[in-house]
Design a protein around this ligand. Structure first.
Ligand SMILES: [Zn+2]
Length: 482
C-alpha cells in the first residue's frame, strides 16, 4: 500500500522540473459572454493535473482566475463552482462602480498545491482583488482539501479522533498568536478568546502537508482588520495521538524520515555533478542576459520563472504598467526571486510619436505601479519596438536598454526557430530579446537554459551584464545594447 502512494510534493516538483515535457500550444476552447475566455492548458508543474484559466479583459475590469483540473468531475465541479461564485461577486460589485482611467478593477486567483498523494490533495487559492478607486490590493487565501477518489472535501473530523482535538487546537492557537510579533500588539483578549474557542467553526479553514497542519483564521476572527487573516502552523507530531488510525497512513509518516534523507542525498549528488560540469568547462564564465518584454503573463511568466529557478539564473522583465496591476502577485515573485524589473511604458506606446509630457507620464505611471508593489523603482527603460530618438533620450530619466540578439519570437512563435537563432548567434555578454507572453517563447527558454548551461553560460540581469553599480551609474537617455 505504502509503495503505491505517490511521493511527497517536494519530490514531485523536483521530478517535474527535470522532466517537463513540451506541451501543446494553449488553445482557447470556448468563448463566453462578457468576452470571457476559458483557456484549458495541459501544462502544469503538477503531474496529471491541468490548469484552466478564465480571463476577461475590458476597460472597466479584468480578471484572471487560474485553477487546477484533476479530471475528477466531482472535484472539478466543486472548484469551478466556488470560483465562479467568487468571480460573480467581483463582477457584480464593480459593474456599477465608476470606471477609473488607467486603474481598472481587477481580480486574480492563483493556486498552489501543498500536498498531493494518490488519495488526497491539499491546495490553497490566493485571491487578490484590486479596487481601482481605493487603490489597494486585498489578498485572501482560500484553502481546499479533497479526497481524490470520492471528491469529498476533507474536514477536520475526518482527520481527528474525537472532539478533544478542538481543545488542543484552541490552546496552540492562543499560544502561537500571542507570541507572533507582527500581530500580538493588536490582539485583544476578548476577541482572541471568542475566535479561538474550541468549537468547529473556528477551525474550518486549513491546509496541510505531510509534515504540518496550517490553520487559517478569518478576517476579524481573532483581532481587528489590521491583522488580516493570521495563520498558525502545527507539526503533525504535536497532534499525533489525536489523529485517526486510517488518516495517519495518508500522511506517509513512516516514509517521512526516510524520504528526508533520500531528498538530501539527491540534492548532494546533483550538486557534485554540477561542480564537475563546471570544472570541466574551465573557470571562465560566460554570461548572457535574458530580457522579456510585454508581460507579465499569468501563465508563461510563471513558467519562465520556474525555469530560471531550476537553473539558478536571473533575468530582466520589461513590464507594461497596465499589466503590473493585473498581476501584482507575479511582480512580487519576480522581485523576490532576485530578477530585475524594467519599465516598458504603460500601454506599449511608441515613444517617438508622443508629446514630451506623454512620454513622461507613460514612464512615471509604470514606475509608480511597480514601486507600489515592490517598493523599488525600475532603473531601466526598454522603449516599445526599440524605437527611440534624440527627443526621447532627452526626456527620459532612465538608460535605454536595447539588445544584441533579437529572437523575433513574437513573429515565428516557433520554439525550435527561437532556440536555433539564439544558439547560432550567442556570445559572452549578449542581451537577448524575448517576450514572456507566448507559449513557444516559454518553451524555448526551458531548452535554452539547459543548452547554454551546458556551454558554461550563466544567466544574469541587464544591470549585471552591463556592470551597472554605484561606481558605474548608467546614463539617462543613453542607449545600451551590449
Ligand atoms: Zn514590447
Amino acid at each position: 500500500m505504502i509503495k503505491r502512494i505517490l511521493p511527497i510534493l517536494f519530490i514531485l516538483l523536483v521530478v517535474i522540473a527535470c522532466e517537463f515535457r513540451n506541451e501543446e500550444q494553449v488553445l482557447p476552447v470556448e468563448t463566453k459572454t462578457k468576452n470571457e475566455e476559458v483557456i484549458k492548458s495541459t501544462s502544469s508543474k503538477y503531474p496529471g493535473i491541468e490548469v484552466e484559466s478564465k480571463i476577461v479583459e475590458n476597460d472597466h475590469y479584468r480578471y484572471a482566475v487560474h485553477y487546477p483540473i484533476f479530471n475528477k468531475s466531482k472535484i472539478d465541479t466543486q472548484v469551478r463552482s466556488i470560483l465562479n461564485d467568487r468571480i460573480n461577486t467581483f463582477v457584480e460589485k464593480f459593474t456599477n462602480k465608476e470606471k477609473i482611467e488607467g486603474w481598472p478593477h481587477h481580480y486574480n486567483v492563483d493556486f498552489r498545491i501543498e500536498y498531493l498523494t494518490k488519495e488526497l490533495v491539499s491546495l490553497v487559492f490566493t485571491e487578490s482583488t484590486f479596487l481601482g478607486d481605493e487603490k489597494v490590493i486585498k489578498e485572501r487565501t482560500i484553502p481546499m482539501n479533497f479526497y481524490l477518489e470520492t471528491g469529498k472535501q476533507i474536514i477536520l473530523e475526518d482527520i481527528f479522533l474525537n472532539e478533544g482535538y478542538l481543545e488542543k487546537l484552541s490552546k496552540i492557537s492562543v499560544e502561537q498568536l500571542k507570541s507572533d510579533d507582527t500581530i500580538k500588539k493588536s490582539l485583544q483578549s476578548d476577541w482572541l478568546n471568542i475566535g479561538t474557542k474550541p468549537i468547529r467553526s473556528n477551525f474550518r479553514q486549513f491546509h496541510f502537508t505531510n509534515k504540518e497542519l496550517t490553520i487559517q483564521f478569518g478576517e476579524n476572527q481573532v483581532g481587528p482588520e489590521e491583522i488580516g487573516s493570521p495563520v498558525i502552523v502545527i507539526s503533525w507530531d504535536e497532534l499525533e495521538f489525536l489523529i485517526k488510525d486510517d488518516f495517519l497512513p495518508l500522511l506517509e509518516k513512516e516514509k517521512r524520515n526516510k524520504k528526508d534523507k533520500e531528498e538530501k542525498k539527491v540534492v548532494t549528488e546533483k550538486k557534485t555533478k554540477e561542480k564537475t560540469k563546471k570544472s570541466k568547462k574551465g573557470s571562465v564564465k560566460k554570461r548572457v542576459a535574458f530580457t522579456f518584454d510585454d508581460g507579465p503573463h499569468g501563465q508563461y511568466t510563471k513558467e519562465i520563472l520556474d525555469y530560471f529557478d531550476d537553473n539558478h539564473g536571473k533575468a530582466t522583465f520589461f513590464v507594461l504598467g497596465n499589466r503590473v496591476n493585473y498581476y501584482p502577485e507575479l511582480i512580487t515573485r519576480i522581485h523576490e526571486e532576485g530578477h530585475e524589473i524594467g519599465n516598458h511604458t504603460w500601454n506599449h506606446k511608441q515613444l517617438t510619436l508622443l508629446k514630451n509630457s506623454d512620454i513622461e507620464s507613460q514612464l512615471k505611471k509604470t514606475s509608480k505601479a511597480i514601486y507600489s508593489i515592490t517598493g523599488t523603482k525600475p532603473t531601466l527603460l526598454r522603449p516599445p519596438y526599440g524605437s527611440t530618438n534624440q527627443v526621447v533620450s532627452e526626456v527620459v530619466n532612465l538608460p535605454i536598454i536595447l539588445w544584441s540578439i533579437d529572437t523575433l519570437d513574437w513573429k515565428s512563435r516557433n520554439t525550435k526557430t527561437i532556440v536555433n537563432h539564439v544558439m547560432t548567434n550567442v556570445t559572452d555578454g549578449d542581451i537577448i530579446l524575448m517576450h514572456d507572453i507566448h507559449q513557444s517563447s516559454a518553451d524555448a527558454v526551458k531548452i535554452l537554459l539547459e543548452k547554454l548551461s551546458e556551454q558554461g553560460y550563466e544567466f544574469v540581469t541587464v544591470s549585471e551584464i552591463l556592470g551597472f553599480n554605484e561606481d558605474h551609474v548608467p546614463v539617462s537617455g543613453k542607449v545600451y545594447r551590449k
